[in-house]
Write a protein that binds this ligand. Structure first.
Ligand code: C2O
Ligand code: CU
Ligand code: CU
Length: 554
């Protein structure tokens, strides 16, 4: 394999297209889940099972537009944002939750086996697409930024697909060429919570029990307007593109200093990292362990407990919380603990955990925000109020499919290897950057065959790698930093017992995954989900099940 030099785009050109254009307009799992035996799954089967596509008429139909708008976020002046506005055409009121006065949303709740139709209108002054992040859907519905899939200003696009996946917390966001980071930062993102019969029978898929919390970071100017990268930020803008943009305010569900009021009872909290570049190291402030039911692709084979959970951009985690014994007025704080984000900073600065003792390079890499990557802060608060609810017990039938096994992969001895790199200030995948329709020989994949892949990160910052249209298993992490106490601390926060569509690859790490594309062939993308990296070109196409290069490994 011979990496091609980077050529596609001028770096500052990307930074420069900016805001100006817009301005013109604690419990042990075994105690809670007594008798949890991994559900009724036979041990013989591994891998998620998807439904077969149908040709039926959509069960749930939504009209949705992307538009510029003004929304209250901070006290005082409202903020110019981009937002999705949606209304229900067909379905019932539980299928669509809109968030009034919020740039975020809507929340689409659909059931496995339903068919979803979204009549989308682009009322932005620039191209966009809508990408449903996580579920398996046809290639031409995936919001690819090429050809007929681009939705030009004033134009419409119908996204229509069957919900084949098991229950999981998915989301959707724009995916236009060069502009994803910008459009998401300014507000375009919504949730797509897929449920299934078992969850519904257990009453676990209603807004009363199931509480989504989307964590994002933003920066504001003195007039409460978003600050994002622009050319006049000079070196700051450059560094922002290098590290990804880090805001200095934490927003949850589109609001600062977020407080979620909950009655004494049991809940599932669906934490989404909707940030462009920030990774969180989440923990309850009072030291209660986190009880994790699921990850990106849904239920784990059985719940696991962690003292803290690493949540990188685009990752999701499904937490079970039991507040039934908490007294009225109690506050429970979710915080992000300090961690080392850049090996360079740690190695040169010495003080790996403090975030303060970074060396020259580490300081530059974190130079864009007063809240650097790896800093410690409060994320949100839960306030207990109201009448006590009857505690829920999870049925043991709610369990994710058994993970794939390495022995079943077709390329055990020659993993498909993706090197994450940096060439002349541009992030690359196997030495290449994104080109709209380009597929390199080693980017052709077999269809419905299990493959082993390695992501190898020899750069100095972590990259959350995402593959479209598939849920994979992480089976191994090898790190040349593994001996350090700091790495061990981060390591303990990965939840990789189940299904993932995004995996954080730390500096110096080789992360091994098992991947099997199901149901739909065609062109899909894989990329770093630090959105500034994605928009700069740290993204490539995959051609699944088509073409002649099927097993041509790098
Ligand atoms: Cu959230 Cu291309 O993905
Ligand atoms: Cu995606
Ligand atoms: Cu990256």
């Amino acid at each position: 394999m011979s990496p091609k030099p980077v050529s596609r785009r001028g770096f500052l050109g990307v930074v420069g297209l900016g805001a100006a254009a817009l301005a013109a307009q604690g419990i042990h799992p075994d105690q809670v889940f007594q008798g949890f035996d991994g559900g009724g799954l036979s041990m013989a089967s591994s891998g998620r099972v998807l439904l077969k596509p149908s040709l039926k008429i959509a069960d749930v139909e939504i009209n949705m537009r992307a538009a510029t708008a003004i929304r209250p976020i901070l006290p005082g002046n409202p903020t110019q944002v981009l937002t999705y506005e949606a209304s229900l055409v067909k379905g019932n009121s539980s299928n669509l939750v809109t968030l009034p006065d919020n740039y975020l949303g809507p929340i689409i709740r659909v059931r496995q086996g339903q068919r979803l139709k979204v009549n989308f209108t682009n009322d932005l002054p620039e191209d966009t697409t809508v990408h449903f992040h996580g579920p398996c859907i046809p290639s031409n519905m995936g919001g690819h930024p090429h050809g007929a899939d681009v939705v030009h200003p004033g134009k419409k696009f119908t996204y229509e697909f069957d919900i084949l996946d098991p229950a999981a917390p998915y989301w959707f966001h724009p995916h236009p060429d060069l502009r994803t980071a910008f459009q998401v930062y300014y507000g375009l993102a919504g949730l797509c919570l897929i449920s299934d019969e078992l969850e519904a029978q257990a009453g676990l898929d209603t807004g009363e029990v199931d509480v989504p919390l989307v964590i994002q970071d933003r920066s504001f100017d003195a007039n409460n307007q978003f600050i994002y990268l622009s050319t006049n930020m000079g070196m700051m803008g450059m560094m922002g593109m290098m590290e990804g943009f880090l805001g200095d305010r934490i927003l949850v569900n589109g609001k600062p200093d977020y407080v979620q009021t909950l009655a004494p009872g049991t809940y599932r909290l669906r934490l989404y990292n909707g940030s462009n570049a920030r990774t969180y190291r989440l923990a309850w402030q009072d030291g209660t362990p986190l009880l994790v039911l699921g990850t990106d692709g849904g239920w784990l084979p059985k719940p696991v407990q962690r003292n803290y959970v690493m949540l990188a951009p685009a990752e999701r985690v499904d937490l079970w919380v039991d507040f039934s014994a908490r007294k009225e007025g109690t506050e429970v704080v979710m915080q992000s603990l300090p961690f080392l984000s850049s090996m360079m900073g740690g190695m040169m600065g010495g003080g790996m955990m403090g975030g303060m003792g970074r060396g020259m390079m580490g300081g530059m890499m974190s130079g864009t925000s007063s809240l650097p990557q790896g800093a410690s802060f409060q994320v949100f608060k839960i306030r207990i109020a109201g009448t006590k609810k009857r505690p829920l017990v999870l049925p043991t039938t709610l369990a994710g499919a058994a993970p794939f096994q390495l022995k079943d992969a077709v390329n055990i001895n020659s993993p498909r290897t993706i090197y994450l790199g940096l060439q002349r200030m541009i992030w690359t995948l196997n030495g290449r950057v994104f080109e709209l329709d380009a597929v390199a020989p080693d980017e052709y994949l077999p269809f419905e065959q299990l493959e082993v892949w390695d992501f190898v990160n020899n750069t100095m910052i972590a990259h959350p790698m995402h593959i479209h249209n598939v849920q994979f298993n992480v089976i191994e992490r090898q790190s040349n930093m593994s001996a350090s106490a700091d790495y061990q601390t981060i390591r303990a926060g990965f939840v990789e017992e189940g299904w993932k569509d995004t995996v954080l690859v730390m500096p110096g790490e080789r992360v091994r995954i098992l991947v099997k594309f199901l149901t739909y062939s065609g062109m899909f993308m894989y990329h770093c989900h630090i959105l500034e990296h994605e928009s700069m070109g740290m993204m490539r196409n995959l051609m699944v099940g088509e073409g002649t290069h099927t097993m041509d490994m790098p």
